[in-house]
Structures are given as C-alpha cells and as structure tokens.
Design a protein around this ligand. Structure first.
Ligand code: HEC
Ligand code: HEC
Length: 464
C-alpha cells in the first residue's frame, strides 16, 4: 500500500516537475522570441467602432454625406489591422511596414516627395490615410485607379517595392508561428485561420476607423469655438473657389454612378492645372483622363507636406500661390485662366482656414499608434548603454527605465510625445531612472536615452 502511495507521489511529482519546466521554458521562449517583438495590446480592445459622425458634417451643399463605412466596424478586426499595419514581419526583409511611409504624426503621410521603398524611391508622394472611410472614398491612389479599399490594400502588400510579399503562403506560415496572430485572427473572425482576404479586411477596418473629428473646424461646427475674422474670410473664399473639387465625402450627387463612371462623368474635378506634367495620372487607365489626379481630403493638410502627387510644393503658401498665380491655361474652366489672383490678405485668410482642418489628437491617439515597442537607435551608443528596458509598459504610475551603463557615462533620458515635444528630462551616471507617469495624459510616448547626438529610443504607453 505504502509502496503504491510512494510510486503515486513520485509520479505526481514528476508530472508537476515536467509541467513546471514546460511552463518555465514557455516563459523564457516568449521572452527570447517574442518579448520585444510582440505587440503590446490592451486587454479590452480600444473603441474603433463607436464613431458618431458629427451632425455638422452630415448635410452638405452637395447632398448628404455617406457614412455607411462606419456601420460595421469591429474593434477586434481593427485591433488586428493595427498590428498588421505596423508589423515589419510582413515585409520581405522584415524591416518595413505600412507605417514606414504612412506615419501617424504626419496624418499617415510621409514628409518627403517620394518615400524610400524596398529597392528604390516610390514614384509618387505617399498619401495621408485619415478619413478614407468617408472622404474621397470613390477612388484610391493619385491616379484614381482603384475603387475598392480592400482590393487596393493587397497592392502595397504585394508591391515588390513596398511591403514586397512575394510568397504569400510562406508569409502565412510565418504569421501562424508568431505568439500573437492566431489569437488575434480568432478574436476578429472566430477562427485562427490566416488568409490574405482577412488581412485586407482587418487593415480596412483599421483604416476606416481613422477619423479627424476634433479639428478646430469641427469645434467651430459644433459651436464650441469662434473663428477669427481671418479664418472666417478664408472659409468663405474656400467655399467659393475650392470646395467644388475638394468636396470631402461621397455625396448624394454621386450616388447614381458607380466607380469609375463617377470620375469619367466629372473629369473637371480631377485636375488643378499643374505645370510640366509628366505623370499621366488617370491617363494610365483612361486616355480621356490624361493628367487627372485624386484630390485627397484637406483634413490635416497642415501635416502632410510636401504637396501634390509629386510633392512639388513644400508649403501651403506655395499651394495657394499656385492657384492664385500659376494657372496659365485652364482646361475645364473651374479655375480661371491666370489663376484666382489673390491679394496678400486673401492668401493669409485661406491659409488660416486650411490650418483649422488639423485634428492634433489624431496625430498621437493611442488606438492608431504603433503597438510594437521595439528599440530604435542611431549609433554605437547601444554598445555602452545596453539592455534598455522600460517597465511596466503600459504604465500608469512609477515607471522604471533600466539599462547597463558600463562606463557610468552621463546619460540623459527624455520623455517625449510622439511628435517630439519633451515632457520630462532626467539625467544620471547610473543604470537607470524611475519616473512617475500617472499625471501624464494617456497615450504613446518615446523614452529617448541620449548622450551627445547619440540616442536610443523606446516606446512607452501611458494608460489610466
Ligand atoms: C514604400 C512606401 C509605402 C509603403 C510601405 C506603403 N505605402 Fe501606401 N502609399 C504609398 C504611396 C507612394 C502612395 C501613393 C501611390 C500612388 O498613388 O501611386 C500610397 C497610397 C496608399 C493608399 C491610397 C490613399 C488614397 O487616398 O487613395 C492607401 C490606402 C495606402 N497607401 C495604404 C497602405 C497600406 C495599408 C500599406 C501596408 C500594407 C501601405 N500603404 C504601404 C507608399 C507606401
Ligand atoms: C478644379 C478642381 C480643383 C480646385 C478648384 C481646387 N483644387 Fe486643390 N486639388 C485638386 C486636385 C486634382 C489636386 C491633386 C493634384 C495633384 O496632385 O496632381 C489638388 C490638390 C490640392 C492640395 C494638395 C493636397 C495634397 O495632399 O498634397 C491642396 C492643399 C489644395 N489642392 C488646396 C486647394 C485650395 C486652397 C483651393 C482653392 C484656392 C483648391 N485646392 C482648388 C483640385 C482642385
């Protein structure tokens, strides 16, 4: 009896021991394999679906705005879309993601005329992605060549110079082996099977959820702020001279037309008479539309310089000067020959109005931010200051920034918002800092460890 008992105990211990080591291994594996490369996600998904379309935008002089893009948004699919959008694992060399050319603090545009792709610069200026669910969602890309968001999302994925997925089945296997994708697909679609179709769909949810409804213009529309005299004059000028082409939204007047008839029906809305045009634009798919281009939404336009499909204008003032002075011939007559001939004051007013279209909160809003907290470094600093860790992350109180400072050099740590504003400055010769973040607004921050020009960046999420 006692013998059996002993055997049983031994057996039980062995099982316990085995399962313990298994757990322990699992934990170290996670730490080594995933760890830093896993996305940091909230326990309850952020709210992507609860978009209430502002009253003041529903009715326009051209009919009602179409808001059906928001009807079936899913928080789980958008969460998966967020991870896919930022995940470098998807790219051929695992060094680039959608966000490489579509940066949140620039309203998901880029700040160079042409973005650096896998092997060469892109042929056109990267486009902002804010408000694609409801503004100018009739056609995508500068050349208006695609009428369906999901379909077009496959293009940058498979474009050898963008994400460059050449072998979808290898990618799907790679994704299946991560610690996070099977669960994320399960939560979004009820099963963990990964497919291109679901990838397109999830990124579509994420992009459609990106709205800028808290610009100064929206606050004005809701009666929360009063416009200055200059902003008001600018708005009136814009309504007369610009709005016809910069409609912002798929209004009822378009409803009886499908893509691409809608463009062929109103070709005059797709050309602003730029000089020295080499790019055929929509001419690539329809000869009558030679030189026609999409006019992206002007929401957050302040952040998306340089401007036009080739990034030829550096500032909004350059754009206004173009419409005012540089229209030599006017093919369709929507812009008068010779241009609008604005006075200095009119130029200032127009610019003041365009600046009211910026929604600053959009540029740092956590639900559209990078969930990966990988280290970015510009130099050899990592050889002296290494193993930098920020924890807990996300944090809502005391936060430890630890590293190995082997030569006990003086290092500075800056806590910065995603658009580079320093909110806290610390200095040490030791192996780290501790700082209390409970008083900081919720959001994504960068912890920059700095010595001279050299730095190491880590992301920190502040939560309540
Ligand atoms: C190498 C830079 C680069 C990468 C990477 C990239 N894009 Fe783009 N994106 C561009 C450029 C450039 C354009 C404009 C292309 C054109 O019109 O010919 C664009 C256009 C777009 C548009 C059209 C917007 C509109 O208003 O019509 C969407 C949507 C978009 N990209 C989404 C994505 C997604 C999703 C990914 C990741 C799967 C991605 N992009 C990856 C550079 C990039
Ligand atoms: C006839 C139609 C039309 C009119 C009128 C018009 N635009 Fe445009 N706008 C366009 C088109 C088309 C583009 C994109 C052109 C390109 O890149 O080739 C554009 C681009 C822009 C851009 C740059 C967008 C970006 O993301 O790079 C700004 C800013 C702009 N317009 C402001 C204005 C202002 C201000 C007015 C009034 C003074 C105005 N537009 C009048 C059609 C028009």
């Amino acid at each position: 009896m006692r013998k059996i008992y002993l055997v049983f105990t031994l057996f039980a211990c062995a099982v316990l021991f085995l399962s313990n080591t298994k757990d322990a291994k699992f934990v170290t594996n996670l730490f080594l394999l995933g760890g830093e490369n896993d996305p940091v996600l909230p326990e309850v998904p952020y709210d992507y679906a609860g978009i209430s379309f502002p009253e003041h935008l529903v009715d326009t002089p051209y009919g009602r705005n179409d808001t059906t893009a928001f009807d079936n948004l899913s928080n789980e699919a958008a969460t998966l879309g967020r991870v896919l959008f930022y995940d470098e694992l998807l790219s051929a060399n695992e060094n680039l993601s959608c966000a490489t050319c579509h940066e949140q603090h620039l309203s998901f545009a880029d700040d160079t005329p042409f973005s650096a792709g896998v092997s060469e610069d892109t042929e056109r200026n990267s486009m902002q992605l804010n408000d694609l669910g409801w503004t100018n969602n009739i056609a995508f890309f500068w050349d208006l060549s695609h009428g369906n968001l999901e379909e077009m999302i496959a293009l940058p994925l498979e474009n050898p110079n963008e994400i460059g997925v050449t072998d979808m089945s290898t990618l799907l296997v790679k994704m299946k082996e991560t610690s996070y994708y099977p669960d994320l697909f399960e939560e979004a679609y009820g099963n963990s099977e990964i497919s291109l179709e679901k990838i397109q769909n999830a990124i579509g949810h994420f992009i459609r959820s990106m709205v800028t409804f808290d610009s100064r213009m929206d606050q004005f529309g809701r009666g929360e702020v009063v416009f200055t005299a200059s902003e008001l004059s600018g708005m009136e000028l814009f309504a007369v001279d610009c709005q016809v082409c910069h409609l912002d939204g798929r209004h009822e007047i378009f409803e009886f037309l499908d893509y691409p008839e809608v463009i062929e029906f109103f070709p005059e809305l797709y050309s602003n008479e730029l000089e020295e045009e080499e790019d055929p634009g929509a001419g690539v798919w329809s000869p009558e539309l030679m030189g026609s281009f999409k006019s992206p939404t002007l929401r957050n336009i302040e952040k998306t310089a340089p401007y036009m499909h080739d990034g030829r204008f550096e500032t909004l003032r350059d754009v206004i000067d173009h419409y005012s002075d540089d229209i030599e011939e006017s093919e369709w007559g929507m812009i008068p020959e010779g241009g609008f001939n604005y006075s200095e004051k009119q130029r200032e007013d127009l610019e003041a109005f365009l600046l009211t279209l910026t929604d600053k909160s959009f540029l740092t809003e956590i639900r559209w931010s990078d969930p990966f907290t990988r280290t970015v470094s510009n130099s050899g600093l990592e050889e002296e200051i290494y193993s930098t860790e920020v924890f807990p992350n996300p944090s809502n109180g005391l936060t430890y920034i630890n590293f190995e400072n082997i030569n006990q050099r003086q290092v500075m740590a800056y806590l910065m918002t995603m658009d580079g504003k320093v909110v806290r400055k610390l200095s040490t010769h030791k192996n780290g800092f501790v700082t209390d973040v409970s008083q900081l607004p919720v959001g994504m921050y960068v912890v920059r460890i700095k010595n001279g020009e050299d730095f190491i960046d880590k992301k920190l999420i502040v939560q309540k």
